[in-house]
Design a protein around this ligand. Structure first.
Ligand code: FE2
Length: 343
């Protein structure tokens, strides 16, 4: 029998805090083609775009849970035991429309340690499945089998979600899943984040500003609070409208990204979110998060798919032309930067 999963939560999430009650979707039911469960998920994905995914009661989910915990276990030693000199040996692959692989930190304190946030991104294409392996730094290369296996498990679960959604949206079988294949190069990656416990003056501050992800599906596992989503779906969110998402044992937090929104011409909705310092006593501990991100394969042309439930493209959309997922991501990033500079 497998040993129990390590509990990495040092202190409970505050009971009195207002939270958002995301729907819980069962991976086991999705795998058993439970139509009612698929429709519940579809309903969420056409509205807030965020849900809990219950990984229990199903070997695929149990395997993924164990891998996520193993990554969390290794992450602590990797972050605390690696110097900037070693991180700097990682000649990261440039993003070209994807999130760049590599190590980044938001700030450095006077002792040389990371502040606010540090993160390493390992791209699936850097692990040697579909391309020549890209050289990982020594602190990561020993963990290549775990990273590869975690990305594959996350991708398989994302495919189960996509398969259920394509039925609900009345698309021909494999319309969405065939655009997301690990056998081809894609921007799938494993993202491991550490938010060091903030000093008192930074309690309550925003560590990651509001955004929607540029991918298709994000599967997040975390142990401390800090993720927030808006209570209302208004584009401009008042400070009062942000609600914590309480991390639950054995449940991943799943959100859709803008690539899936574009492929369905806005029928499926990308979930808006931000990250603030952990609430209550949890603020006194380092927060770790493990994310598996699934994207369309690099050759995907970002035109919306055709179904009775997907509105046809407007003349303006048609006139924009054809873009691969990489070109589409670059255009999107440039628009965001343009908007930011005007603000
Ligand atoms: Fe995000």
């Amino acid at each position: 029998m497998d040993p129990p999963l390590t509990n990495f939560n040092p202190t409970p999430f505050p009971a009195s805090l207002p939270t958002i009650s995301l729907k819980k979707i069962s991976l086991s039911k999705l795998l058993n083609d439970d139509e009612a469960e698929s429709r519940r998920m579809f309903d969420v994905c056409t509205n807030e775009g965020f849900f809990y995914l219950d990984l229990t009661g199903e070997p695929k989910g149990q395997k993924f849970l164990r891998e996520l915990h193993d990554v969390r276990q290794e992450a602590e030693g990797i972050f605390t035991g690696t110097t900037m000199e070693v991180w700097n040996t990682w000649e990261a692959r440039k993003g070209e429309g994807h999130v760049s692989s590599g190590y980044k930190r938001a700030a450095t304190n006077e002792k040389g340690g990371a502040e606010i946030l540090e993160v390493f991104n390992v791209a699936h294409s850097d692990l040697g499945d579909t391309t020549t392996p890209f050289q990982l730094p020594s602190c990561l290369s020993d963990h290549t089998p775990l990273f590869r296996s975690t990305i594959r498990s996350g991708h398989n679960i994302a495919s189960i979600i996509l398969g259920a959604l394509e039925k609900c949206i009345q698309l021909p079988s494999s319309s969405l899943t065939s655009l997301h294949r690990l056998s081809e190069t894609s921007g799938d990656f494993l993202n491991v984040l550490r938010y060091p416990a903030p000093p008192a003056e930074r309690h309550g501050t925003v560590n990651f500003p509001p955004h929607r992800d540029a991918n298709s599906i994000t599967i997040l596992f975390t142990w401390l609070g800090g993720l927030q989503v808006p209570e209302s779906d208004a584009e401009a969110v008042d400070e009062d409208n942000w609600r914590f998402v309480e991390p639950l044992p054995d449940h991943a937090i799943v959100n859709l990204g803008e690539a899936l929104q574009a492929l369905t011409n806005g029928v499926l909705k990308a979930g808006k979110h931000r990250v603030v310092a952990p609430p209550g006593n949890q603020v006194n501990f380092d927060k770790y998060s493990v994310i598996v991100s699934t994207r369309p394969t690099d050759d995907t042309i970002m035109r919306c798919l055709q179904s009775p439930l997907i509105p046809p493209e407007t003349e303006e959309q048609i006139s924009e032309g054809n873009f691969t997922i990489k070109q589409w991501t670059i255009r999107k990033a440039m628009r965001v930067m343009g908007a930011t500079h005007k603000a």
